[in-house]
Design a protein around this ligand. Sequence first.
Ligand SMILES: C[S@@+](CC[C@H](N)C(=O)[O-])C[C@H]1O[C@@H](n2cnc3c(N)ncnc32)[C@H](O)[C@@H]1O
Length: 224
Amino acid sequence: MAGEAKPRELNIHVKTAKRRDYASTLWLKRQLNDPYVRKAKAEGWRSRAAYKLLELDEKFSLLKPGANIVDLGCAPGGWLQVAVKAIGAKGKVVGIDYLHVPAVPGADILEMDFLDEEAPVRLKEMLGGEADVVLSDMAAPTTGHRSTDHLRIVALAEAALDYAEDVLAPGGAFVCKVFAGGAEGDLLIRLKQNFESVKHAKPKASRSHSAEKYVVATGFRGRE
Ligand SMILES: C[S@@+](CC[C@H](N)C(=O)[O-])C[C@H]1O[C@@H](n2cnc3c(N)ncnc32)[C@H](O)[C@@H]1O
């Protein structure tokens, strides 16, 4: 699992069927050949993304027994499963996604757009107190227009950080998916002001050709 060597790649060929376009064929080929997809299925995780959080947790010790954890962009539920398992009998796991997420025992899920102004309030009510960890694996569908996509990514990360600054307990942690150069500009300044440590990580389970990485900020300094 986390920390283990990367699972072996397969090379299954997929023919373009009449009713399947080229992009879908490529996607199917990538899924069939992806060792993490097979491993996740065999080990009962909802998504290959589960391995990214397991790796981040192993490296940064984020998910402690009894913790209160919020997972932004939680569908299909792999990170929720990892978080529920890590906190044990106490603590709370709350997730949000605008996609439907089949129930994950031990987690409370809100089906809503996180950018809806009501969403942070609803999440806070569900949590019923401060959070120890705020996770965001949110990614908006890409438009192919580079600067638009970049602006949307930054907007999601900033909204996630606004929320984290509002609900985190002192000492808490914030993990957020970022792309390309990582957390930059105002986002990075805010992270450094509000957290004792700010690091970037690219888990092995994150596809090597993807620009995705994660910023991991620990030691929330608290609100004035
Ligand atoms: C990479 S997936 C998350 C995978 C998840 N960590 C797991 O382990 O199963 C990103 C998710 O972010 C969600 N998302 C993107 N923008 C969102 C928004 N504004 N509000 C809620 N969810 C959002 C998408 O619907 C998608 O399900």
